[in-house]
Design a protein around this ligand. Sequence first.
Ligand code: GLP
Length: 261
Amino acid sequence: MDIMATEGTCVPIVVTVFETAEELDHAAAQWMAERIKAPNPVIGLATGNTPIGMYAHLVAMHKAGKLDFGQCRTFNLDEYVGVLPEADNSFTAYMREHLFDHVNIDPARVHIPRGDALDPEEEARRYEELLNQHGPITAQVLGIGSNAHIGFNEPGTPFERRTHVTRLAEETRKANAAEFGSWENVPEEAITVGIANILESQEVLIMAKGASKAEAVRLTVEEQPTPDVPASALQMHSSVEMFVDREAASRLRADSIVHRR
Ligand code: GLP
């Protein structure tokens, strides 16, 4: 499959604007469920507030007997350095709370970088190897930071970067303060898959909600790709859908919007 757009060419990101966040969540869960039902699904998962509603719908589909996670393998995008998987503010805890504890996924097929690894650089290499062994990711879901980060790839990260240890922007630490009591307690580093890894996924769904994401969405969709806007790298992938609510779409030109629901 030809996933990457030809070098130097950009493909418009297919933007769908939803009237409400609830409709967005439902459509995102439908998108994801179709990919989970495909043969040998390798699903890339994101954390943050944005996908919580999507996960709730996926859990409901599973409980209704309509979605089987038995064949599913998952790779999370990232984890904070220094955070134990058992800690309440780990991405492992988040994934258990919102998805893993409620569906029939095999724990041996769940992968999240170990934030508590003694050597985070070595852990990034281990995670990269795992991705190469089991990849490619068949369907990757992403949120977006207000500075347009994806995973924890902050502005300035070269598009060629693979899994690595990254230093978090102050803005990112402030956005994630709630789970740590105050922003100064948010770890300064994280392990994240790189933009190159994300671009190797067969299909990508990126979601954004709220006015605080509107400028990041505009830059991602309408401007030339630049490492200053990490999500703009997605223009170099030929199979990206973006689901946004009205607020997150508020700075887009009308001709950037492909569907309205
Ligand atoms: C976090 C995560 C990203 C997430 C983004 C937006 O820091 N590492 O994967 O997409 O920031 O988070 P939220 O959905 O809470 O706005």
